[in-house]
Design a protein around this ligand. Structure first.
Ligand SMILES: N[C@@H](CCC(=O)N[C@@H](CS)C(=O)NCC(=O)O)C(=O)O
Length: 403
């Protein structure tokens, strides 16, 4: 095979067309290619690269200079500078008679409230006192069945004792501990009452929990569902976790009848997800984590179009799929509620604000009143990704300079 590899999503290293990455990794004395990751099974996956892969003299370019590059979402970019989210690695399922059986008080959820994916999973657990404006519950009421921990919103160096290891990630603190600054030493972010330290593993960092389960490749993301019985990770994909919370713990749920994944609306939800997820939920990240102007412009255009489409849709119906609240609403809400406070500034999604420019989306958000949302969002985004974005020209700046 000759020539450069075009941008590609995760591919399997065992594909015979590609050089053997495990061998390359070994040959590089433990150094890992910059554009790849080890999955939980210890197999090497790469995201993309642009060197002639048939020429061994170029293989050095596949390796990072530091002994070890711990991955975060900020590294998940293709050669055009577009954010390409890498799939979650831990995908076990909770099922009767399976390795992970449904049981009360067996599982523990780790979340960052700043994270819309994790906050959605957490919101599904809780039964708030007075639900929404029209009195309908939107959560399962599993708070007595599944425990949880909440990280501090400001990423910290997870191995500060190792000068070679520059990974920054989620950390646990007690409410009223000393405030934290970000990795560049900026800011002072309080340890508020929303923080819940890790009572299960006693971990200082989310990374520690992944490593306890044998995952040393990262990324060390939330949500993360932990099995206290087998001392391992069940799953770190919010959609899977939501699905399991929806149906596997109904014996203990206060609202077993609430179905966020109704079979009758499956096709409608999937059709909505096909444009809402890439353009809005992940769309804000595609703007925020873009590393080229072109990638940002495409993402911002997709996002603006999808917000207008959602605005139009919700002028006609209460929920994304009609009259019924589904997981699509939970996920859309979790993005919209962060939009003005966080994404407009930090991810440069400033094609408008929900409050000023999208009246139906604003009403829609108010309608979801009982859901928790956006806790810690501002503190995290403004403090964590200190090197993202700063060189890109935002949508509103382009409009200003091009009247
Ligand atoms: N696919 C995952 C994505 C979760 C995710 O991206 N979490 C982010 C916070 S919003 C995270 O923890 N990132 C850690 C990192 O990038 O190191 C899901 O939906 O559960």
């Amino acid at each position: 095979m000759s020539g450069s590899c075009s941008p590609c999503e995760e591919q399997d290293s065992h594909n015979t067309a590609w050089p053997s990455f495990p061998e390359l990794c070994r040959a590089a004395a433990g150094r890992l290619p910059a554009d790849g990751r080890l999955n939980a099974a210890g197999e090497w996956h790469f995201v993309c690269w642009e060197v002639p892969i048939d020429d061994p003299s170029h293989h050095d370019q596949l390796f990072v200079e530091s002994p070890r590059a711990e991955r975060t979402a900020l590294d998940e970019t293709d050669v055009q500078g577009a954010f390409k989210r890498v799939n979650s690695v831990w995908r076990n399922v909770i099922e009767e008679d399976g390795q992970f059986a449904p049981e009360p008080n067996r599982y523990h959820l780790y979340v960052a409230l700043a994270c819309p994916w994790a906050d959605g999973a957490l919101a599904a657990l809780f039964m708030p006192p007075d639900c929404d404006r029209r009195g309908a519950s939107k959560t399962k009421g599993l708070e007595d069945c599944i425990g949880y921990s909440v990280v501090h919103p400001t990423w910290q160096r997870s191995r500060p004792e190792d000068p070679q290891d520059q990974h920054h990630g989620w950390t646990f603190r007690q409410p009223r501990d000393a405030p934290l600054s970000n990795g560049l030493g900026h800011g002072s972010f309080e340890c508020d009452d929303a923080l819940v330290p890790d009572s299960v593993n006693g971990a200082k960092f989310v990374r520690d929990i992944y490593e306890k389960a044998g995952d040393t490749g990262g990324k060390y993301s939330t949500p993360l569902l932990w099995d206290k019985k087998q001392n391992t990770i069940v799953n770190n994909e919010s959609m899977d976790i939501l699905r399991m919370f929806n149906s596997k713990f109904n014996k203990w749920a206060k609202m077993p009848e609430l179905d966020l994944f109704p079979a009758s609306l499956e096709a409608d939800c999937e059709a909505a997800n096909a444009w809402i997820y890439p353009n809005i939920n992940n769309g804000v990240y595609r703007c925020g984590f873009a590393k080229s102007q072109e990638a940002y412009d495409i993402a911002a255009q997709d996002l603006a179009g999808a917000l207008s489409k959602a605005e139009e849709l919700l002028s006609k119906q209460r929920y994304v799929c009609g009259d019924t609240f589904t997981y699509m609403d939970l996920r859309l809400f979790m993005t919209l509620i962060r939009f003005d406070a966080v994404y407009v500034v930090y991810f440069k999604t400033n094609m408008g604000t929900i409050e000023m420019n999208f009246p139906n989306l604003l009403e829609y958000c108010k309608d979801q009143g009982c859901l928790s949302g956006a806790g810690h969002g501002k503190g995290h985004q403004h403090a964590a990704h200190q090197d993202a974005l700063l060189h890109l020209t935002s949508r509103s700046e382009q409009v200003r300079s091009d009247p």
